[in-house]
Design a protein around this ligand. Structure first.
Ligand code: SF4
Length: 292
């Protein structure tokens, strides 16, 4: 049995809901409270957290997995944003759309559109299946055919000939991407493109969260990242920290049992959490950790 040692537990300042998520959750609850007789739907999960989705369902706020042919009531566009085509479809079905796209995501959409309109070959850094990326791409593609998505240099290499044939390349980045990914893509583009315009659109909340977590990891034996495995920003956070120190990614306090041995032998433990992790889940993790 490894020796159990006294623990020092530190919680990151930037752990849990970011302002975009907080705004979305609070506004949707307010919408339902102000419109008790109307249906209130959210297209897709408002945030990647089952606990929050169930709590919203209890208030009568339902999640739509697709847009029905005919709808009635309010349909909320979540913080990731949607394509203009999807917003049109929501209206056509008869819903009243309420746009809760995070202002930081809106900025990426606007920047991508601006670059597309100005004739740049547009590179969106992110995963092509991420809802935020789908919406950014759809907005830019209204203005240009020259829009591509890449999550790595390897993926971008597929478009090398096109990039070389264009006069100017414009780069935007999905708000929760790793800076390291953006930097490697920029380095590659610098070596092949004639002219590049880089818009670092990683949101401030993500940048601060990642910076603080890195600093904490440097002084910790173990970092615990709390949040859904479906959440891109939480997964990125865990990936970054794994390069620095021992890191575990859990969704809730129960999962701590799986790492008992690791926890018992760590002296300095730091806790951080993704942008969609509610405060009470973080608190439960801290309370359980104190008992282990
Ligand atoms: S992570 Fe950033 S961009 Fe995404 S919702 Fe939060 S504040 Fe907005």
């Amino acid at each position: 049995m490894p020796e159990k040692i006294a623990k020092e537990i530190k919680l990151a300042k930037y752990a849990g809901f970011c302002y975009g998520v907080k705004r979305a959750v609070e506004t949707v609850k307010k919408l339902k409270a102000e419109n008790p007789d109307k249906n209130v739907f959210v297209l897709g999960e408002l945030i990647h957290n089952n606990h929050v989705i169930h709590a919203l369902e209890k208030l009568g706020i339902k999640t739509l997995t697709e847009i029905p042919e005919h709808g009635d009531g309010i349909c909320v566009i979540r913080s990731h944003g949607e394509s203009p085509q999807v917003i049109e479809k929501i209206k056509q079905a008869g819903f009243e759309p309420v746009d809760l796209t995070c202002p930081d995501v809106k900025k990426v959409q606007q920047k991508a559109v601006e670059l597309a309109k100005d004739g740049y070959f547009v590179v969106i850094v992110g995963k092509s299946e991420h809802p935020e990326v789908i919406a950014i791409r759809a907005n830019a593609e209204l203005w240009s055919e020259n829009v591509v998505v890449a999550a790595s240099v390897e993926q971008l290499k597929e478009y090398e000939a096109q990039i070389k044939s264009h006069k100017r390349v414009g780069v935007v980045v999905q708000t929760t991407q790793r800076l390291l990914t953006l930097n490697s893509i920029v380095e590659y583009l610098t070596s092949i493109a004639k002219e590049i315009h880089i818009a670092n659109t990683i949101c401030q909340s993500t940048a601060m969260r990642q910076k603080e977590a890195r600093e904490l990891a440097n002084e910790s034996d173990l970092v615990i990242v709390v949040g859904s495995k479906k959440s891109a920003n939480t997964t990125h956070l865990a990936e970054i920290l794994k390069d620095i120190t021992k890191t575990i990614h859990i969704e809730n306090a129960d999962e701590l049992d799986l790492y008992k041995e690791l926890i018992e032998t760590a002296r300095k433990i730091s806790i951080t959490a993704g942008a969609s992790t509610p405060q009470d889940i973080i608190e439960k993790v801290i309370n359980k950790l104190k008992l282990l």
